[in-house]
Write a protein that binds this ligand. Sequence first.
Ligand SMILES: NC(=O)c1ccc[n+]([C@@H]2O[C@H](COP(=O)([O-])OP(=O)(O)OC[C@H]3O[C@@H](n4cnc5c(N)ncnc54)[C@H](O)[C@@H]3O)[C@@H](O)[C@H]2O)c1
Length: 342
Amino acid sequence: MRNKKKILITGGTGFIGSAIIRQLLKKNISLLNLDCLSYASNKKNLFDVEKRKGYKFLKVDISNKKKLQKVFNLFKPDYVINCAAETHVDRSILNAKKFIKSNIIGTYNLLECTREYLIKNKKFKRFHQISTDEVFGDLYKVAKPPNENSAYLPSSPYSASKASSDHLVTSWGRTYKIPYSISICTNNYGPHQFPEKLIPKTIINAMKGKKIPIYGDGKQIRDWLFVEDHARAIQKIIFSRKTKNNKFNISGNNQIYNFNLVNMICDYLNKKIKFNKSKNFKFQNLIKFVKDRPGHDRKYILNSNKIRRQLNWKPNYNINKGIERTIDWYLENLTWWDNKKS
Ligand SMILES: NC(=O)c1ccc[n+]([C@@H]2O[C@H](COP(=O)([O-])OP(=O)(O)OC[C@H]3O[C@@H](n4cnc5c(N)ncnc54)[C@H](O)[C@@H]3O)[C@@H](O)[C@H]2O)c1
């Protein structure tokens, strides 16, 4: 009988990691989730799957190499998916130290553990790094969307830490022959996202009757990827042999100004919420333009032709369908987010 695939995923209690876990656990695999349970994580993200056979969780900070070494020796993974990271740009501007520790040192530790482990476990299949379109920097004046060979030009401490960790992965791959892949995705959205990010913050502030802040003039362009489409793409990449030592851009092909996105959320809430509203009230009344974030990039987009052509992946969700599903989820899961501090 073939042995089950053994997958070690980091940051699996966060937004994207938990979506990947929910999909992976539909397969007959053995999965270990390592997460330090930072403020952005939520154990409730995995309530529906945590009792499944094949799933294990350990509270581990990836900046602790000794603990990681123990985990590698005991669990003996075939695959590593690195999702763990400090992820909020605003927090990185206020204090970058944690971003350096989790995103750079953490990735370095995982790569070093993989390198040591590979010496005895030649069948190790893949180290997969989850990256971000922010590594390419501001694309406001750039004619073409970046492809997988475009140069990195990060603007914020967050994106610089992610760019650094990608460079570590490619160099460890080349120097120590670690089989790796990197996926670079656009902004994710969907259920289970911590309420400090634009979409859940807008929904939750609207529900609470609080101001909905929009940075600057709101004309920043982002491309939005539904989190389940992203999780499907990750599986396509890691389980294909032809993706070894390759990068793949993943975009949702949903480019929209932040201001228009917030308007779209308000429009759906106007239709959906009937209670407690005066006749002339619209959720748009809550919008408040606030001072822009320092160094705020105007535009991120990606060329994701490679994954579409080579792996036959495409997103199932357009922004309208995805936003409605996301808003419905937040409205139905008040207890998930109600006790979370923003
Ligand atoms: N959310 C997006 O729009 C987006 C877009 C592009 C790329 N990404 C990348 O995807 C990955 C996942 O992002 P997310 O949105 O799910 O983030 P998230 O903030 O929701 O979750 C991150 C998870 O990592 C864990 N973590 C953080 N530091 C850790 C450490 N030192 N050791 C162990 N666990 C740690 C946290 O506890 C949390 O559970 C990140 O690498 C992020 O850079 C996210």
